[in-house]
Each structure stands twice: as C-alpha cells, then as structure tokens.
Design a protein around this ligand. Structure first.
Ligand SMILES: *Cc1c(COP(=O)(O)O)cnc(C)c1O
Length: 412
C-alpha cells in the first residue's frame, strides 16, 4: 500500500460522512445536482488569514496571489480580508476589480505582458511589477500615450532561491524579474521618468514547508533590497518579500511552523538596513491561504478488478485536479489526502487505486491506497483542492466538461 497524504484540519464526520462547513458531502452533491464539484470552506480561509496576521510582524502587508484560486465568489469574500491581490494577467486584473479590490492594492507580475495588458493595468492604476528593462520601456511608452503616471515596481531575480521549495522561481537564469545587478540603474531611470515609483518585488519560490529556509530567503531579500536602495540612491517605498509558504500534501510532509516564520521575519525587519527604514513590507501567499480549505468531490462510477488490483473509477479526474494526479510540478508521484467521503469512519479493508474517467494512464487520483470497501455511488474526497485545482487543470481535455465550484461563505 502507498500512504495517503494528511487530511487537513477543519473537516468533520457525521454518520460516516465527510462534513464540509457544516454540510454533509452527499447533501452538497445533491444541492449541486451533479458531481464532480469543488467545495471551498470560506470560514477556513478567513481563519487561515487571521492566523497569518497573528503570526506575522505588525504592519506587514498580506497579499493574495489569485492564481492559486481565482473563483469569483472566493475573491469577493477575500478582498476585504487581505491588503492586496497579486495578479498575473489582464484577465486576473478584471477578476480582482470585479471582486472589489481597489486598483491601488493590485500588483501585476508575470513575464510577457502584452502592451494591451500594460495599458489596462496603467489605466486602472494597478502597480506593475516590471520583469525586464524592455518591459519597463514599453510601460513608460504606454503610460505616456495614455497620459497617466504609471505605478511601477521592479521584480528582482535574486541571486538565491527558496530552499526546500517545490518550484524555484529565483536564482540563476530565469525569465522572471531583472537580474539583481541591473536593478539600481532601472530604478534610477524610472524615478527620473517621473513614474509613481513603488519599489521592489522578489519572489524566490513556492511550496516550502521549511520555516528556516523561508526565514533565510526573507532575510536575504531584505538585505538585497537594502543593497539595491543604497546602490540606486533612490528610496524603496515598498518591498514585496514574496511568499512560498507551503501546505502538507503528502504523508511525509509536516506543516509549516508559521510562528517561527513570523518571529524570524520580525527580527530581520528590526535589523533592516537604514535605507529601508520607511519601506512598507508585504508578503504574497497563494496556496497557503486557500489550498487546505477546498475539497474536490467525485462519484465512483464503477468498481473494477484487474488482475487482482481494485480500481475505483470516478466521474472526476486530472481534467479538474491535475495536481492530485501528480502532473503539476511534481517529480515523483505521491498520493494527496484522499478519502471515501461516504465511508469516513469505516475501517480500512483493502488496497485500491482511485482513478479518473479520462482515457490516459496519467489519470490517477490515489494510487494503491488503503481504503474501506467502496462501491458504485460512493463519493470520493480529494483534499488540498482549494489551490491550483479547477483553474490549473486541463478542463477541456477529453471533453467531460468543467466541475462545479461552490463557496460556503462564513457566517457573519
Ligand atoms: C505563483 C505565485 C505566487 C503564489 O504561489 P503559492 O505557492 O500559491 O503561494 C505568488 N507570487 C508569485 C509571483 C507567483 O508567481
């Protein structure tokens, strides 16, 4: 048997059934009228935001990177709870604005911004995190054409990466950001051009569970920002330190020690270089805020045995939950937390693989896990489905259609 990932806290069981935000899985599916379905527990998201606020140093800005989950009702719920949304396309700009986020609190990173995207962001008053000198020139040109003072920051490709992280997005040669040594000259150029200069953005990696590694990356980022400020001879009004806070997906994963991250950051900020005395610092989190609050529910269509192995074939699959299948940025396939949602407290009696309905051997939701005996009609829950699920999966692949999404908003 292969181990299953740890089921996140915050879910209950009643009459043998998984309960999400007070609702039984079967009731949620009945209400939706179909499977598969993503269900997001808004109260868990709000609770996670509150935990981060408590653990981090006072005054630190908390942004949500909406690519983790851009479901419109979720964004509308989160907009008043965080200090900003970080976006990576004009489409996400629209989503952020529709959710009610003020443009001054939106920052736009990402390589390959089209002129039309630069124009929409500048016209709206969002901050552009410039990814190259060339992009800076295009942004100034577009702003000039529009007659608008652009809000501009520089994304720095640091000379280090986030340790223990799933996806390294800084250090070495990268399509993201300006190599650190190019930044001071561009900062001077932007200030001289009369833009609304917003400072620096550094993003060193994603999905790290190692508090010491995150602390080291944040301290290195603060030092780097100080050096850039000194070399450029311009103030650094704001500095987005990135994030990379991970969540436990797999059996060996241990949750991030949020308190340790906050304490280390507090110390690093206290010791920050004098160039940064007035800098407003922020972090940007995606999956850490929403990942564990989402569950993907799918129904078993058929129980099948092949040469002694049991396959529970569901009506869902990698077209909705690519990450659980192991095909989104993982090297070795391991099992997410997965359970039979309609037999939650039943004893484990067999080894089974839970697969999707796509005609490809990649479509595995749980490989040779230990489960209670499940049959046609039972519901399967894939946990940690709140980030990089619906929007990060190849929905059109094989033509089964999209999954429904439901936010259960917190009681007010
Ligand atoms: C993807 C991304 C994030 C969010 O990453 P998570 O792992 O979901 O926290 C934040 N910032 C930038 C620049 C990103 O590209």
């Amino acid at each position: 048997m292969k181990p299953l990932g740890p089921i996140p806290a915050g879910f209950a069981v009643s009459d043998g059934e998984l309960v999400i935000a007070g609702c039984k899985a079967s009731a949620l599916v009945a209400q939706a009228g179909q499977t598969p379905q993503f269900v997001y527990d808004g109260a868990l998201v709000a609770q996670r935001i509150a935990q981060v606020r408590t653990a981090m140093p006072p005054g630190l800005g908390l942004h949500y990177a909406i690519k983790a989950n851009p479901f419109a009702p979720l964004l509308a719920m989160m907009a008043p709870l965080v200090d900003g949304f970080d976006i990576a396309s004009a489409g996400e700009l629209t989503l952020a604005q529709v959710a009610g986020m003020a443009a001054a609190r939106i920052s736009f990173a990402g390589p390959g911004k089209r002129d039309a995207e630069l124009a929409s962001a500048i016209a709206a008053g969002a901050t552009l995190n410039l990814e190259s000198v060339r992009e800076a020139e295009r942004a100034l040109h577009v702003a000039n054409r529009l007659g608008v003072t652009p809000r501009l920051a520089i994304r720095v490709n640091p000379d280090f990466a986030l340790g223990g992280s799933g996806m390294k997005m800084g250090g070495g040669a990268k399509p993201f950001g300006l190599d650190a040594q190019e930044v001071p000259a561009l900062a001077r150029r932007l200030v001289a051009a009369g833009c609304d200069w917003r400072g620096l953005h550094v993003y060193a990696g994603s999905q790290s569970l190692d508090a010491a590694a995150i602390g080291a990356a944040q301290a290195a980022t603060i030092a780097l920002a100080g050096r850039i400020g000194e070399q450029a001879g311009v103030p650094i009004p704001a500095c987005n330190l990135g994030g990379g806070f991970g969540i436990p997906y797999f059996a060996a994963d241990r949750p991030l020690d949020l308190g340790a991250v906050g304490a280390a950051l507090g110390e690093a900020l206290e010791r920050r270089p004098t160039e940064l005395a007035k800098t407003a610092f922020s972090i940007e989190l995606g999956r850490y805020l929403v990942g564990e609050a989402g569950v993907y529910l799918t129904r078993i269509i058929e129980r099948k045995e092949s040469r002694g192995a049991v396959f529970l074939i569901t009506d869902g699959g990698l077209h909705h939950q690519l990450a659980a299948s192991g095909n989104f940025g993982t090297v070795i396939r391991r099992n997410y937390p997965v359970a039979i949602a309609t037999r939650m407290d039943w004893p484990v009696t067999e080894e089974a693989s839970i697969v999707g309905c796509l005609c490809t051997p990649l479509d595995v939701l749980a490989e040779r896990g230990g489960f209670p005996r499940a049959d046609e009609g039972d519901l399967v829950a894939v946990f940690c489905a709140g980030a990089y699920g619906a929007s990060a999966s190849p929905m059109a692949f094989l033509g089964h259609g999209p999954a429904q999404e439901l936010l259960i908003a917190p009681e007010r």
